[in-house]
Design a protein around this ligand. Structure first.
Ligand code: BGC
Length: 472
């Protein structure tokens, strides 16, 4: 649910910039030099959220093109058909990025732009588009960081079962091989999947994201096949380009029990296993965390001999995508998980336009939690950011809430790094305001404001601050 502006201001904003723990007050001042020279600073985006041009130059439809054309799926019937028109405007947008001193750009490749049917025939116009985009980045001194899959499955593959069909492993390998053969000479840093928990959970269990399927029937096989593709994609990239730096990304939140009592603590452990561990641990060779998630045991039905090994891959980095923390209480009536998330609103804490609590220490705790895994080589924060009700006034966008949010989260990254956590990069979500999935265009996450009528870009105060920070 999106809040009205007035209730948001009343309940959230006033609390917002106040350090809320003694710990935070004691934090060192944020300075770029506290991160080492080799720390990677950047911004993140995704194809469907910014490109538009959804049918241009031979692109096939994706599940998001289809889902967003269906009534009642996206707020205000918004869709990504034009989005930020990045497909046509990328030269100007990259120029703007360069003017903001941003050295690394995370974007995703649209599978159905390259392979309109998901497999087989290659769309040479799509190939040429990413060629131009990557070359342009390099000409401007911006390092490209593509993600292979940020949720826009070719619709033709969904018609064959999509993520529920085990054949997707072969389809995905074909797509990954094509991408790395085409661009691997110029692209060094790759990410395989974006947040598998979200695209399987929201898309194949809750039905609130594309393709809108619901229940355990589609969810369980989708989870297993995404886990297999995560590792398979990594292997394909390394086979063609052993020198590539290959990662994959996870949505993750620090989880806390509402009260320090046994039932809440155990509920919090189950939520942690589901949200933070389900896709990460198989990649590390630890298998699924089924001890905590008994109701997911039917995953075993989909496992073939050898799958334990197939699910594992030695990633060069793990992408941490953190926005908030979750507070959990035991809930007898909630099927399977027997746990509920207690919304920030009900806890009287500050929150963003997505209703997500502003809790900077979440990123600190989750970095430590991931750092404890022996199998993780390094961590990169591949997304962090916040949506607020920005307004363009007299040609300016003043967004002190976002600026404050970014500083406080970054301070926690700095704190973790100074304590020895192997975090080596930070990417803001997002470069520009964009299509926020089922929420449409209202939640704005950008460092750069987009007027979706005119496509005019305006750097927000947070964007000016990020530039100044990056310039040291
Ligand atoms: C996703 C983005 C999304 C952002 C904010 C992440 O879960 O990767 O696509 O826009 O969060 O909701």
């Amino acid at each position: 649910m999106t809040l009205t502006r007035s209730s948001f201001l009343a309940e959230g904003l006033l609390l917002f910039c106040m350090p809320d723990t003694n710990n935070e007050q004691a934090l060192p001042v944020l300075t770029k030099s506290a991160f080492r020279e080799d720390f990677r600073w950047g911004v993140s985006t995704a194809a469907y959220q910014i490109e538009g041009a959804h049918e241009a130059e031979g692109k096939g439809l994706s599940i998001w093109d289809v889902f967003s054309s269906r009534k009642g799926k996206i707020k205000q019937r918004h869709h990504g058909n034009q989005a930020c028109d990045f497909f046509n405007r990328y030269p100007d947008d990259l120029q703007l990025m360069q003017s903001m001193a941003i050295p690394n750009f995370r974007f995703s490749l649209s599978w159905s732009r390259l392979l309109p049917q998901g497999t087989g025939l290659v769309n040479r116009h799509g190939v040429a588009y990413y060629d131009r985009l990557i070359d342009h980045c390099l000409e401007l001194g911006i390092t490209p960081w593509p993600t292979l899959y940020h949720w826009d499955l070719p619709q033709a593959l969904e018609q064959k079962g999509g993520w529920t069909n085990r054949d997707i492993v072969g389809w995905f390998e074909e797509y990954a091989a094509l991408a790395v053969k085409l661009y691997g000479d110029r692209v060094k840093n790759w990410m395989v999947l974006n947040e598998p928990m979200v695209f399987t959970g929201a898309g194949y269990f809750l039905g609130v994201h594309a393709p809108g399927r619901r229940g355990f029937g589609p969810f369980i096989p989708a989870v297993h096949h995404a886990t297999l593709c995560q590792a398979a994609g990594g292997r394909v990239i390394k086979d063609f380009r052993p020198e590539a730096e290959v990662g994959t990304t996870f949505s993750c939140s620090h989880i806390e029990p509402l009260h320090q009592r046994e039932r809440d603590i155990r509920a919090a452990r189950r939520v942690d296993a589901l949200l933070n561990r389900l896709f990460l641990e198989p990649a590390l060779g630890l298998g699924y965390p089924l001890d905590e998630l008994r109701f997911m045991r039917r995953l075993e039905k989909y496992m073939l001999p050898g799958d334990e090994e197939r699910m594992a891959f030695d990633f060069d980095f793990i992408g941490v995508q953190n926005y908030t923390r979750e507070v959990v209480k035991y809930a007898f009536w909630t099927p399977f998980l027997q746990a509920n998330l207690v919304p920030a609103r009900k806890r009287g804490v500050p929150y963003t336009l997505m209703n997500w609590e502003v809790y900077p220490e979440s990123i600190y705790h989750i970095l430590h939690q991931f750092n404890r895994y022996k199998g993780i080589r390094k961590l990169i924060v591949t997304e962090n950011g916040a949506a607020f009700p920005d307004e363009l006034k007299d040609g300016q966008v003043h967004d002190p809430e976002r600026l404050c949010y970014l500083k406080r989260y970054l301070q926690q990254v700095q704190r973790a790094k100074q304590e020895g956590v192997k975090v080596q990069g930070y990417f803001v979500w997002s470069f520009v305001d964009n299509f926020e999935w089922a929420e449409g265009y209202d939640p704005r996450f950008g460092l750069v404001h987009v007027d979706f009528e005119t496509q005019q870009r305006t750097i927000k105060s947070s964007g000016h601050w990020y530039r100044d920070f990056l310039q040291g």
